[in-house]
Each structure stands twice: as structure tokens, then as C-alpha cells.
Design a protein around this ligand. Structure first.
Ligand SMILES: NC(=O)C1=CN([C@@H]2O[C@H](COP(=O)(O)OP(=O)(O)OC[C@H]3O[C@@H](n4cnc5c(N)ncnc54)[C@H](O)[C@@H]3O)[C@@H](O)[C@H]2O)C=CC1
Ligand SMILES: O=C(O)C1=N[C@H](C(=O)O)C[C@H](O)C1
Length: 277
């Protein structure tokens, strides 16, 4: 449908999806194409990816979408009002610079970012809005608030562990979600995760130091994403759990963020801002 058909309606924001052939990329392309208030204006992937040069709809096994998969990020992002990006940390930093130059909204789901990546994103957010979260689902963002509250209510006699399970293809650990939950638990205790995080355990580790927060990662099969925050004391345990069974929950959150960001100024935002939590 043309944007010129009804002049009373504001133009629909144009979205570029990066990593378009990926698990999240394909989900996002489908949802953007079906969205009444958005237009897909670009589908990016890395040089050499076999879908480059093909129509994204056809490459995904459906009807043509009229958008060719490209590795030319400069040209694609220049036309965007929003870039939705679930790729790799290095790729995300590159896209952040281009998205800031285009003064478009950058929605970032990529996890595994290190301090240098985060510093680069902070620099880009001085020019345009960046909305980033290790998990874009409503359920996990609610669980973050619950985790903070439970941790604040319980004393250090309660040990905190975060256990996560993901599919066999996941490359980073702990997951971005596990880190969000660990940070919330640390905040609830009035500290920071950096100060209380226990590295992965193996061998003769010694007894668990009080006040620490531990992480365990399971990888296998097609698990979409499962997270438990365990509060364990003498004689009882509380387990807060989120189970993702469909990647659409992340994609819907990212699309909501892209729309929410359209009238926002430069800065760093997260899904708590978007969801008003
Ligand atoms: N925040 C959230 O809610 C969620 C975050 N994720 C994160 O999103 C990221 C991607 O996850 P998946 O889709 O499962 O991975 P995937 O491996 O299926 O897809 C990644 C895509 O990025 C592309 N890519 C890599 N380098 C690129 C570059 N330089 N330029 C353009 N494209 C490039 C790959 O070719 C691939 O198509 C991971 O970091 C994952 O942890 C995943 C699900 C939800
Ligand atoms: O890689 C994934 O798949 C997921 N990554 C995110 C994370 O690292 O927490 C979100 C979700 O759990 C799926």
C-alpha cells in the first residue's frame, strides 16, 4: 500500500531488519511485513550470506516482499526511520554508527556485548535514540521487577542463583536475560552485579561465599529460552521462572520499541521505558 493514498495519515515508519536470514531476523521480517503501521524498507545480512541479492519474502519461502536482501548497510540504513537489530556485538556497533547518522531509532536485541561495545553504543545514543534489552518480552521485563523486589525483601541468608537454558546454536553465556535478572537481584540487595557475580564453577570451588550471585547455562536442542531465578535458604526455596516457547514474543517487543521510539530524542532507553514498567 502506498503512503500517499491517504494524506490524513502520518507516513508509516520505514524499518530495516538486520541479520534478516537469522532466527530473529526472519521472525521480525514477517511481523514487520504484516504490521499495519510499519513498512519494511531494508533487509540486511553479512557479505557472503547466500540470501544476498534475493527477495527476502522469496528467500523465506513465501511471496515476494519487494525488498532485496543486501549487505550494503550504508544505503539501506540511510532510508530507515527504525533499525531492528539482532545480530552480533561487532555488527551492532557498526549499525549503531550508521543509524545515529540517519537519526533513526536503533532497537538492539543483540546480546554478548562487552564494555567496548557498550561504550560505542553510548556514543551513538548521543545522536539518536537507542533502545536495548537482553530480552524484549513483556514477561521477562516483568520478571526483572519481581526479582528486584524479592531480592530486596530477603536477607543474605538467601542464596541467589540464575539458571538459563537455550538452543544449541546460542554463542554467548550467560544469556543477556540471565544478566538482566542477576543485575536486578544485585540492585535489590543494594549492590552491583560486578561486585557479587560468581564466575562459572568447576573443580574444587570451595563453599559458596555469602551474598554472591551465581549463573549456570544449559545448551541443547531447540530451547527458545528458559530462565529461573532461585532464592535458596535453609529449609525453603523460591523459584521465579520465565519460559519462552515462541520467538515472536521478542520480535513483538522490538516492534513496539521501534514505534515507541519514533518521537523520542537521543539517548539510551530500555524495555522498561517502552513498556512503562
Ligand atoms: N533481546 C532479545 O529479546 C533477544 C536477543 N537475541 C539475541 O539476538 C542475537 C541473534 O540471535 P539469533 O537470531 O538467534 O541468531 P542467528 O545466528 O540466527 O542470526 C544472526 C544473524 O545476523 C547475521 N549477521 C552476522 N553478522 C552480520 C553483519 N556483520 N551484518 C549483517 N548481518 C550479520 C547473521 O548472518 C545471521 O543472519 C543474539 O545475540 C541473541 O542472543 C535473540 C532472541 C531474543
Ligand atoms: O539467543 C537467544 O536465542 C536468546 N537470547 C536472549 C538472551 O541472551 O537472553 C533472549 C532469549 O533468551 C533468546
Amino acid at each position: 500500500m502506498s503512503d500517499l493514498q491517504n494524506t490524513d495519515q502520518p507516513p508509516r515508519p520505514g524499518v530495516v531488519v538486520t541479520g534478516a536470514s537469522g532466527r530473529m531476523g526472519q521472525m521480525l521480517v514477517r511481523l514487520v511485513l504484516d504490521h499495519p503501521d510499519l513498512r519494511l524498507v531494508g533487509a540486511l545480512d553479512q557479505p557472503g550470506q547466500p540470501w544476498i541479492g534475493q527477495d527476502i519474502g522469496t528467500a523465506m519461502g513465501g511471496a515476494p516482499a519487494g525488498v532485496i536482501v543486501s549487505d550494503d548497510a550504508v544505503t539501506a540504513i540511510a532510508q530507515a526511520q527504525a533499525v531492528i537489530d539482532f545480530t552480533t556485538p561487532d555488527a551492532t556497533v557498526g549499525f549503531a554508527e550508521l543509524t545515529a547518522q540517519a537519526r533513526a531509532v536503533h532497537v538492539i536485541g543483540t546480546t554478548g556485548l562487552g564494555p567496548d561495545h557498550l561504550a560505542a553504543l553510548e556514543a551513538a545514543a548521543r545522536h539518536a535514540p537507542i533502545i536495548r534489552a537482553g530480552n524484549m518480552s513483556l514477561g521477562v521485563n516483568l520478571l526483572v521487577g519481581l526479582t528486584r523486589k524479592v531480592a530486596a525483601a530477603l536477607g543474605e541468608g538467601w542464596d541467589i542463583e540464575v539458571v538459563e537454558s537455550h538452543h544449541r546454536h546460542k554463542v554467548d553465556a550467560p544469556s543477556g536475560t540471565a544478566l538482566m535478572l542477576g543485575e536486578a537481584a544485585a540492585e535489590g540487595r543494594g549492590t552491583t552485579l560486578d561486585d557479587v557475580r560468581t564466575p562459572a564453577r568447576e573443580g574444587i570451588t570451595g563453599a559458596r561465599p555469602p551474598g554472591t550471585i551465581g549463573f549456570a547455562a544449559i545448551r541443547g536442542g531447540d530451547v527458545v529460552g528458559e530462565h529461573d531465578v532461585i532464592f535458596a535458604a535453609e529449609g525453603e526455596r523460591i523459584v521465579l521462572r520465565h519460559l519462552a516457547t515462541d520467538r515472536a514474543i521478542f520480535a513483538r517487543g522490538a516492534i513496539r520499541a521501534a514505534l515507541w521510539g519514533q518521537d523520542k530524542g537521543p539517548g539510551s532507553y530500555d524495555m522498561h521505558d517502552v513498556l512503562g514498567l
